[in-house]
Design a protein around this ligand. Structure first.
Ligand SMILES: [Zn+2]
Length: 137
């Protein structure tokens, strides 16, 4: 049993539960299995506005990225375009805990490569998905 994994999952469940109860106080305490917390969160927030649904989905999506990276699969960041230049050259920098853009021209004023938190990648990903869904209906 890997304690790190247990702690991470517990923290992830707590974050989802806390977020859900913040926006829907009557959701009550989550007492189910850890693996079902996403279903529970979606159930209790399904009536909310698109932005709030997107915020929930962004957390869920980001946790998925975190779990994958913790399990050693850092290629998940490559499935996202760089929020700055739009290229598909992101790679994971473990020490910084951020995705870094490989494009030499995609740097800040100090010439440092742009780096992105998973939170930002998840937010952009959900926003794109949501925009596509809106166009389709
Ligand atoms: Zn870039």
């Amino acid at each position: 049993m890997n304690l790190g994994v247990v702690d991470r999952i517990r923290a992830a469940v707590y974050e989802v539960e806390h977020h859900t109860r913040t926006i829907t106080p009557d959701a009550g305490q989550y007492t189910g299995e850890e693996s079902r917390v996403y279903d529970w969160a979606r159930q209790h927030t399904a009536h909310l506005k698109t932005e709030q649904q997107n915020a929930r989905e962004a957390i869920i999506y980001r946790q998925g990225l975190e779990h994958a990276i913790a399990a050693g699969d850092t290629t998940v960041v490559r499935k996202h375009p760089c929020p700055q230049c739009g290229c598909w050259g992101l790679y994971w920098r473990e020490a910084a805990q951020r995705a870094v853009c490989v494009n030499h021209y995609c740097v800040d004023d100090d010439g440092v490569s742009h780096m992105w938190e998973l939170k930002r990648l998840a937010h952009d990903h959900i926003a794109r998905k949501s925009a596509v869904a809106r166009c389709a209906t």
